[in-house]
Each structure stands twice: as structure tokens, then as C-alpha cells.
Write a protein that binds this ligand. Structure first.
Ligand SMILES: [Zn+2]
Ligand SMILES: [Zn+2]
Length: 879
């Protein structure tokens, strides 16, 4: 006899998770075989920011693809899931500049070189935080291939792409009005701006007409910009102002003459129909100014401070301070005609939430339309598929209206633009390595561009640069294009679209075949999770409390394509109980595992054996088709139901009595079913399944590498399923009858069964099931129930059942009193609630969700009262 295998009594996730997370990595379980005859399946991890810490959005976005890649790996694919982190320019600048500020320093004081040293030190120290959290989450990433968007290989790839695009004329430099965040101190691209409706004011300001007593009134929300006005514009068809076109007005506070021009773009309906023109501080005015050759006067600098051009009274003021001062001056001069309340959309920085300032400066741009064409086509042709498919519409809408992409950022941490300015002529030299001299005048007096590239410029290269591009590597040959990109909808433009454009252009192929867009994680009331609202759930805390497997299973079970996830801690507690259930079932099976032959002998199979094998085969088939369609919730639901309700509740219970007696005929099926369950569950719950499976005599190196079960249609046994269904329904009816009449399930009863033909045969043959699962002592099959006996009756299909009321079986009097007391209690509560709901004051003042909850509670109580009354009537009949 082999020694019995005993699992500890309770499952303790933490040490188990630590053990296997380390083992998988140390043993290279997730490193693909190279070369391999097997078909490849690959993904790249959306690189989290190096400053990041795991939040619930991450946990979802990483768990779902991990389920897919684990499933594919077990199905025999040669899989690669490639990890890494993003250097996140703005986020790192924020972190480091904040700590410099605390020391009374600034990045300017420190200088570029020292600043970058500090940033790299910071990365070495803290950059691993998110990496360790990813490992803890059980993600099956190949860490031997870990990349960083600022590592040497990436620098080479980025410079190569920049130079190639520049040489093709797809990157250019221009003096242009861009969005700048005065707080972050850098420009941003259009899509990094969040537009929010703000309550503000519209000021009507008088501009005196030169050599006249008249004045023209213009309306503006940003009076401080008037210091930079260089014209006034009206519509050419606007009769009110026709006589002023070509004349001059006096710009108040600056005492400067500016021309009145006519332009088709001016909206006659806005404000007074006349508008001030500030080419350096407004995108519409910028274009207008260009058409009419108006001066571009910069009065606000890149940090939101007024410049010298604003005049000595305003120079150095913050933009909003300046607004107040401008208004009070105008007021004193009697130049404000009126002020109106005004609601309009204002751009905010997506990182720091400060108001964006239009900013005129030299910047670098990608001419995007030529790249977008091909990227639209591959989605149109179905080469890249969005899941759910409606996201393709969002993608097209944006791609058809795409604007050139401003890629320069006034930051240091990032890919410094490989452009050098000749100090002796006007040449710009763009090159892969620092040039020795100017290509035009051969001067050696060259200075490199200070700006770095938008972080999204480098992450756009992620799928192929991580695999060694521009070299022709084995990884690229084997794993590019990748199969799946799973990410959030909020970065379809930032990232997904750009990866498609860059992948097609440089790696000569689509970067991925499927784009799976996961929903947002919301709280159980479907509100957005936020730290300030106090309703966010920390995944690390949840892993600590319920174990990683429970967290992962919860996220999968809630992931319905196209829908947001509504998360609650109760759900996680529920799946933690599921983990325990699996643990306890496995413990029972393994305890019985002696020196037994585990070959399944057809002739030994019982009804329950044939039934569970049939159900298992069905579950395997379902699992495959659900995962094929990325229906995580469906796969989770099916395996949950199979394990808990079929395997644990029925099959194990039926196997128990014979195992306890030492009859081990069913043991082979029991062990085999459990083995396959662990494999089915492994992609969802990698830790607990690996831990149990390693106790199996037949285990291998890792469950992660074990073959995924294959659905076997030969095992589908319709007859056994039908027979079991009849028995299960009848047994459930007996249990319900007991429960409804206050008979404990454990209490032994006698049972009368009225049925004939096939049903009678089945009940007779499997009487033992009634004993095992409903504690039936004697079971008697009859054609008619005896009339003289008091009976508790129930029906299940063609089978009628009855429990004879014997002395002491039901304490009817006691039960009657209990029910009466309970009904009275509920009546009182219902009256209270009805009174509250009838109170107008309550309805007017209480928050909507409270009213909803109260209504729900009332419904619940009423239905409970009905049920209790029915039970009471039933008992009164029997007394
Ligand atoms: Zn900002
Ligand atoms: Zn030169």
C-alpha cells in the first residue's frame, strides 16, 4: 500500500501562491520552446506604467488574456506572452519633480543629465513594484523576455522609425498652435485632452474705433488673452459691421491699433458677431491669423504665466490672476458692457486635470493620414477583428477624422528626438547616430533637440520592437503577428490604432488578429470606482483576503463582452468558498487514493459514473466554445456549475458510501474526473489547481503544461443522463418537502413513492440514492397512497412522493407557533415601511437609491409573508 496522500485541512492561499509563482518562473514554465513544431500563439502585455501599482482595471485587463494564453498553452500551442513596462514620461516627471520640489530643487536646477540619472535610479528602486504584482496575479508571462520602452533595443527601434518617417516626409517640424499643460510643463496631443463642461462667464468688452466716438463690442470667456490680440474679425456678410472693415480699433490696456478684417469663418450668431483675434492663443484665431497675416503675439508662456509682451502691469502674473486684473482695469475704464453666465467645454490635462492652454511653438508632428489608410483597410477587410465588434465603428470614426499627431514633449525622461540644429545655418540634421557635422554647411556646431517623443510613439512599436525589430529575429518569425490584444476602450486611439499603423508600416504586417476590449470595473451599484468616492476595491487587498484564485475567478465570471463589470466583495467571498469546496473535494478523493489501479474498466461503471463522464464531456466542449468566443463569464459559469452542483453535490455524495465501505470500483472515475476538473479550472484558478494536482500520483512538471481535456463525444450518454435526471428531481422533491415542513435533512424518514413502468424500475434499482442523498430509511413503491394515513405529499414528473407523518417527525404545534410569530413580526415591518413610503417628505428628500432599496425590501417581505402563510395553512390542515 502506498501511503495516503493528505492535503492540509484548510487551504491557505498565500504560501501556495508564493511557491508556485516562483516555481513557474524559475523552471521556465512560460518560456516557449524554440524552435517548436507546434503552432504558435502569442500576445504582448499592454505595458503598465513603470510608476504604476496594480488597480482593479489592471487586474481585469491582465486576468482575461491570461486565461486565454493558459488555455492555449495547455492545448499544445507554443505560447508566448511577452511582458514589460512603459517608461511613462509625464508620470515619471511628476513623481521625480515632486520629490525635487520637496528638497527645494527643480529639474532645471538639476540639469538634464543629473535628472535622468535620478530617474533611472528611481526606476531601479521602484520600477519592480508593478512587475511583482503582475507575478502575484498569476499571469503566465515569459519574464526571460521582459522589455522596457526605454531599454537599448527600444531606443534603437524608436530612432529607426523616427528617421525613416522623417526621410519619407511623414514627420515634420512646424511652428504651430498646440495644447500645453502649464502644470506638467509639456505639450500634449489632441487625444490627451479631456473636455469638461464648465460654468463660466462671457465678458462683453468695448474696443474703441480709431478716430471715432464709436466702439465695437466683442464677447470672450478669456479676457486675459486680449493682451495678445492682433485683429478684430467680422463676417463679410454682416451688415452691422460692414462699414468698419478695413478700419482700425484700439486694443484697450495695450493702446495698440489693430485692424478689423472680414472672414467667412466668423459666426454672426456668436456674441455680438464681432470677435477679437488672438492668433497665438486660440486654434480658430491661429488659422484666421494665418489667412490674414496677423501678428502672433505670445502673452502667456508655457507655464501659464504672462510674458513681457503682456505689458509691464501684467508680466509674471498667473493666467487666472491676470484675468482678474484685466477685468478690474476694464471696469474702471468703463469698457465692460455686460457679463453673462456661460457654459462651455474646456480642455483639461488627462494626467493632472489642469486647464490646457493653447500654445504657439515649434513642435514635431507625424503626418498621419497616409498611415491611417492602410490601418482602416485591415479592419475593414476583417484581418483585425474587434471584440465586441461595435468598437470597430468607434475606431473608424476616429481614423477617418484623424489629425496630425504632435509627438514632441518638453520633457527629458523619454526618447530624445534624433534631430540636430546647425548653429551656423538653418539646417536640421535628422540621423540614427549623432552627426559629426552639418550636412549643408559642414559646421560642427550642432545642438540636439531638447524634446523627447510622446510616450505613445514608442509604445506604438511595442508588438514588434519587443521581439527584436529592426533585426530579423526568430521571435518575430515565430510570434509576429500576435494573436490577441486585450485592452481597455479608452486607449483604442492612444495605442491600438497607432500599433496598427506602425505595425503595418514597419513590421509589414498587422500587429494582432483580435482586439478584445474589456469593460470598466464598477462597484456593485454600477458606479465608477474612484479613490475619492471611497468605493474602489484594491485588488492586492482582495488577494490578501480571499486569495488570487478567487479574485481571478470573480473577474472572469463577471466579464460579459461589451458590458462593464459590477464588482462586489460578496462575489469574491462566494468564489473563495468555491475554492474551499474544490479543496475539500480533492482532499476527500486523495485521502481515498490507496494503491488502486486507476485504469477505468467499462464493465465496472455505475450509473453515476457514466452520468458524470457524460456531463464532464459536455462541460469540456462548452468550455472550449465559450473561450473561443471570449465569453469568460459563460465558461466560468459552466465549470462552476459542473464542479459544485454535479461533481460535489451529487457524484461525490453518491460515491462516498461505497468508498467508505472500501469498495473502490468508482475510484478510477472519481480521480480521473477530478484530474480533468483541475485542468479545466487551471486557466482561471492557477494556484489552487496546481497545488492539488501536484499531489496526484500522475502529475508532471506543472499543470500549466498538462494537456487540456478533450471533449469525447463517445462518453456522452443520453440514457444515463435521463435516468439520473429522474432520480435527481425526485430526490430534490423529497428534500424540499422535508425543508418546507421543518424536518431536518439529516433526519431519517420513510418514503412512499407512487409511480409505475420505467419510473418504478428506476426508483427500485436506485433506492440507495434516496438513502444516501435524502436519508430515506424505507422506500416503498405503491400504486395508490393509503387513504387513512396523514401524508406530506409532493410531485416530480411522473413520480409522486409522500412522507408518512409519524409520531415526533414534525413538531407541528411548535412549527405552527414559530410561523405565527414570524408572520406577526413581518407584518409589523411591512406596516412601518408602507407608512414611510406614504410619506411625501421622505420621497422628496431621500436619495434615489435609498428609495429603490426600500421598495425592494418591501417586495421581499411581502413575498416572504405569502410563503409563510402557505406553510401555515398546510400545517393547520395536518393538525
Ligand atoms: Zn498636466
Ligand atoms: Zn549648417
Amino acid at each position: 500500500m502506498k501511503e495516503k496522500i493528505v492535503l492540509p485541512k484548510a487551504y491557505d492561499p498565500e504560501p501556495v501562491e508564493e511557491k508556485w509563482a516562483t516555481f513557474w518562473i524559475e523552471e521556465g514554465v512560460f518560456t516557449p520552446r524554440m524552435p517548436s513544431p507546434e503552432k504558435a500563439f502569442s500576445m504582448v502585455l499592454p505595458p503598465p506604467n513603470v510608476t504604476g501599482s496594480l488597480h482593479m482595471g489592471h487586474a481585469l485587463c491582465f486576468t482575461l488574456p491570461d486565461i486565454i494564453v493558459r488555455w492555449k498553452r495547455m492545448k499544445g500551442f507554443n505560447t508566448l506572452w511577452l511582458p514589460g513596462t512603459d517608461h511613462a514620461s509625464i508620470a515619471v516627471h511628476n513623481v521625480i519633480e515632486q520629490s525635487l520640489e520637496q528638497k527645494g530643487l527643480s529639474r532645471e536646477k538639476l540639469g538634464r543629465e543629473k535628472f535622468l540619472e535620478t530617474a533611472w535610479d528611481w526606476k531601479k528602486k521602484y520600477g519592480g513594484v508593478i512587475v511583482n504584482q503582475l507575478k502575484r496575479l498569476g499571469t503566465s508571462l515569459d519574464w526571460t523576455r521582459e522589455r522596457f520602452t526605454l531599454d537599448d533595443g527600444f531606443q534603437r527601434a524608436v530612432i529607426r522609425v523616427f528617421v525613416d518617417l522623417y526621410e519619407e516626409g511623414l514627420i515634420y517640424r512646424d511652428y504651430y498652435l498646440v495644447n500645453r499643460c502649464p502644470h506638467c510643463g509639456t505639450v500634449l496631443s489632441d487625444i490627451e485632452i479631456e473636455h469638461k463642461e464648465l460654468e463660466s462667464k462671457l465678458y462683453y468688452i468695448k474696443y474703441p474705433v480709431k478716430n471715432s466716438e464709436e466702439s465695437i463690442v466683442v464677447a470672450t470667456t478669456r479676457p486675459e488673452t486680449m493682451l495678445g490680440d492682433s485683429g478684430m474679425a467680422v463676417h463679410p456678410g454682416d451688415k452691422r459691421y460692414a462699414k468698419y472693415v478695413g478700419k482700425k480699433v484700439i486694443l484697450p490696456l495695450q493702446n495698440k491699433e489693430i485692424p478689423v478684417i472680414a472672414d467667412e469663418e466668423v459666426e454672426m450668431e456668436f456674441g455680438t458677431g464681432a470677435v477679437k483675434v488672438t492668433p497665438a492663443h486660440d486654434p480658430v484665431d491661429f488659422e484666421l491669423g494665418k489667412r490674414h497675416h496677423l501678428e502672433q503675439v505670445i502673452v502667456i508662456d508655457g507655464f501659464g504665466k504672462m510674458t513681457k509682451e503682456a505689458g509691464k502691469d501684467f508680466e509674471g502674473l498667473d493666467r487666472f490672476e491676470c484675468r482678474k486684473k484685466v477685468l478690474s482695469r476694464l471696469e474702471k475704464l468703463g469698457l465692460i458692457e455686460k457679463t453673462e453666465n456661460y457654459q462651455h467645454a474646456v480642455g483639461h490635462c488627462y494626467r493632472c486635470k489642469n486647464i490646457i492652454e493653447p500654445y504657439l511653438s515649434w513642435q514635431w508632428f507625424v503626418k498621419i493620414k497616409p498611415l491611417a489608410e492602410e490601418a482602416i483597410r485591415v479592419v475593414k477587410d476583417g484581418k483585425i477583428e474587434f471584440i465586441p465588434p461595435n468598437w470597430a465603428k468607434t475606431y473608424f470614426e476616429w481614423m477617418y477624422n484623424i489629425h496630425d499627431w504632435c509627438i514632441s514633449r518638453q520633457l527629458w525622461w523619454g526618447h530624445r528626438i534624433p534631430a540636430w540644429y546647425c548653429q551656423d545655418c538653418d539646417e536640421i540634421v535628422v540621423a540614427q547616430s549623432p552627426p559629426n557635422h552639418c550636412t549643408k554647411c559642414r559646421s560642427q556646431n550642432l545642438i540636439q533637440e531638447e524634446d523627447v517623443l510622446d510616450t505613445w510613439f514608442s509604445s506604438a512599436l511595442w508588438p514588434f520592437a519587443t521581439m527584436g525589430w529592426p533585426d530579423e529575429t526568430e521571435d518575430l518569425k515565430t510570434f509576429y503577428p500576435t494573436d490577441l490584444m486585450a485592452t481597455g476602450f479608452d486607449i483604442i486611439f492612444f495605442w491600438v490604432a497607432r500599433m496598427i499603423m506602425m505595425g503595418l508600416k514597419f513590421a509589414k504586417n498587422i500587429p494582432f488578429r483580435h482586439v478584445f476590449i474589456n469593460g470598466l470595473v464598477r462597484d456593485f451599484k454600477r458606479r465608477k470606482m474612484s479613490k475619492s468616492e471611497g468605493n474602489s476595491i484594491d485588488p492586492l487587498e482582495m488577494m490578501e483576503k480571499y486569495g488570487t484564485d478567487a479574485l481571478r475567478f470573480t473577474l472572469a465570471a463577471l466579464a460579459i463582452p461589451g458590458m462593464d463589470i459590477s464588482l462586489s466583495e460578496e462575489r469574491m467571498a462566494g468564489y473563495r468558498a468555491f475554492v474551499n469546496k474544490i479543496w475539500n473535494a480533492s482532499r476527500f478523493v486523495l485521502m481515498n487514493l490507496g494503491d488502486v489501479n486507476l485504469n477505468i474498466k467499462e464493465e465496472d461503471l455505475t450509473l453515476a459514473d457514466r452520468w458524470i463522464r457524460s456531463r464532464l464531456s459536455k462541460a469540456i466542449g462548452d468550455m472550449d466554445s465559450s473561450l473561443d468566443d471570449y465569453k469568460f463569464y459563460e465558461a466560468a459559469d459552466k465549470i462552476y456549475h459542473f464542479v459544485w452542483h454535479e461533481f460535489c453535490d451529487w457524484y461525490i455524495e453518491l460515491a462516498k458510501p461505497s468508498l467508505e465501505k472500501g469498495n473502490q470500483k468508482s475510484l478510477a472515475v472519481l480521480v480521473d474526473t477530478l484530474d480533468q476538473i483541475l485542468k479545466l479550472l487551471h486557466p482561471f484558478m492557477p494556484y489552487v489547481t496546481e497545488e492539488i494536482w501536484q499531489h496526484f500520483p500522475s502529475s508532471g512538471k506543472s499543470l500549466s503544461l498538462a494537456p487540456f481535456p478533450v471533449a469525447d463525444s463517445c462518453l456522452i450518454d443520453k440514457n444515463s443522463e435521463a435516468t439520473m435526471k429522474i432520480l435527481q428531481d425526485a430526490i430534490v422533491e423529497v428534500r424540499t418537502l422535508k425543508a418546507e415542513n421543518g424536518i431536518p435533512l439529516k433526519k431519517t424518514i420513510n418514503l412512499l413513492v407512487k409511480c409505475s413502468g420505467r419510473e418504478a424500475g428506476i426508483v427500485r434499482e436506485y433506492q440507495i440514492f434516496f438513502k444516501t442523498l435524502a436519508n430515506v430509511q424505507n422506500l416503498e413503491i405503491l400504486e395508490e397512497f393509503p387513504k387513512e394515513q396523514k401524508l406530506l405529499k409532493g410531485v416530480s414528473g411522473l413520480i409522486e412522493i409522500a412522507i408518512p407523518l409519524e409520531e415526533g417527525l414534525v413538531g407541528l404545534e411548535k412549527e405552527k407557533l414559530r410561523l405565527e410569530r414570524e408572520i406577526t413580526r413581518i407584518k409589523i415591518e411591512i406596516e412601518k415601511i408602507e407608512k414611510r413610503m406614504g410619506n411625501k417628505g421622505f420621497l422628496d428628500r431621500a436619495p434615489r437609491h435609498i428609495i429603490e432599496e426600500t421598495k425592494e425590501r418591501l417586495k421581499e417581505l411581502q413575498s416572504r409573508k405569502r410563503k409563510l402563510n402557505e406553510n401555515l395553512e398546510h400545517i393547520l390542515l395536518l393538525i
